[in-house]
Design a protein around this ligand. Structure first.
Ligand code: 1HN
Length: 340
């Protein structure tokens, strides 16, 4: 039905920077979340070719960070893997340095391939191994380097879309490409990662876990011990990475966890308001997200949009890492889950 009177009225409103709520109300306040992100699977073997090719075209120093962004097909040109998260795959070749900078966005590195590169966080280095979960806290100086003899590839996960939405992004370049080492490797682990913390630590703890490398070897061992339990019907054997100073998630804006799914185990359908990114570490797993199905292998990455039910079926014993922005939803009273 054409309403010339209304259309003329809307023109007048527009000129005065006004708008009729009744035209947009249902979109502003949906019955339930409608993520723009789509379920997606990145096959690592295919992506790896493009990453190695990038290594022949641009240096880490020139690129500042040599990264291929995982772009969700439902969110073109946003550099987003879900509606609120960023993901990219970074390559550093032997002898290269990715120069020191800092920003208010929090970052995680999940090591995919290669050993012996390091990342330095506020002057302490940690050596990377596949499966390690490494943290760069908000506003911490960080640079990466590869003093080993093989390429190293990791997944970067950041809260970039969220920080940009909040207009809270700040960055600085360090005057030196490589931050000077001020503490020996292992210092943070010794102080905070052994079930002990300094007696002088404030009881409220620290926002971000001071343990900035959670080595895969230890995570894998912990999961192995859970095998004699019944797996949780929705999560399998799943452990969350914890900030030892306050018991909260290791990063204040990003939840991280690692799960073991025994061969043949099939999770019940599960959905939650937070969007998530999954990386397969070991095994082979059928992943059903909404109405789409993928077969995922080690190093493959999956985008799990929020509020879309997913199921996992382990074809072999499977280990998978997941990160999401659940802590933000929780802190804002917006976290909901659906157990199918
Ligand atoms: C960043 O600082 C790194 O430090 C990687 O390695 C990816 C993506 C967006 C913004 C900052 C890094 C990034 C990033």
């Amino acid at each position: 039905m054409s309403r010339p009177d209304l259309n003329m009225y809307y023109k007048k409103l527009e000129n005065q920077h006004l708008g009729p709520l009744w035209e947009v109300l249902k979109g502003l306040v949906p019955n339930e979340p409608k993520p723009r992100a789509q379920p997606h699977h990145w096959d690592f073997a295919a992506v790896r070719e493009r990453i190695i090719e990038a290594g022949t075209l641009i240096s880490a120093e020139e690129a500042e960070r040599r990264v291929l962004v995982l772009q969700n097909p439902g969110l073109p040109e946003t550099s987003q893997i879900t509606d609120t998260l960023y993901a990219g795959l970074q390559l550093i070749l032997p002898g290269e340095v990715a120069p020191a900078h800092r920003h208010t966005q929090s970052a995680l590195r999940f090591i995919i391939e290669g050993s012996g590169a390091y990342t330095s966080v506020d002057g302490e280095r940690t050596t990377m191994h596949p499966g390690d979960f490494i943290i760069t806290p908000s506003w911490a100086w960080h640079d990466h380097g590869n003093e080993a003899d093989e390429p190293v590839i990791w997944l970067d996960g950041l809260d970039v879309p969220l920080v940009n939405f909040l207009r809270a992004g700040f960055r600085e370049e360090h005057e030196n490409a490589v931050h000077k080492t001020v503490r020996p490797e292992g210092d943070a682990m010794a102080r905070y990662g052994m079930g002990l913390v300094p007696i002088t630590l404030n009881r409220g703890g620290l926002d971000t876990s001071p343990v900035f490398n959670y080595p895969y070897e230890r995570t894998r061992e912990a999961l192995e011990h859970l095998r004699h339990d019944e797996p949780d019907p929705h999560h399998g054997h799943c452990l969350r990475y914890v900030n030892p100073t306050n018991g909260d998630w290791a990063i204040p804006t990003i939840a991280t966890s690692m799960r073991l799914l025994p061969k043949g185990f099939h999770t019940r359908p599960y959905a939650s308001t937070d969007g998530a990114v999954m990386v397969v570490v070991e095994g082979r797993v059928k992943v059903k997200i909404g109405s789409e199905e993928f077969l995922a292998r080690p190093k493959d990455v999956l985008a799990l949009p929020g509020w879309l039910p997913y199921e996992l079926e382990a074809v072999e014993d499977t280990v998978a890492f997941t990160y999401s922005d659940r802590p933000v939803y929780e802190k804002l009273g917006l976290w909901r889950e659906w157990l199918g």
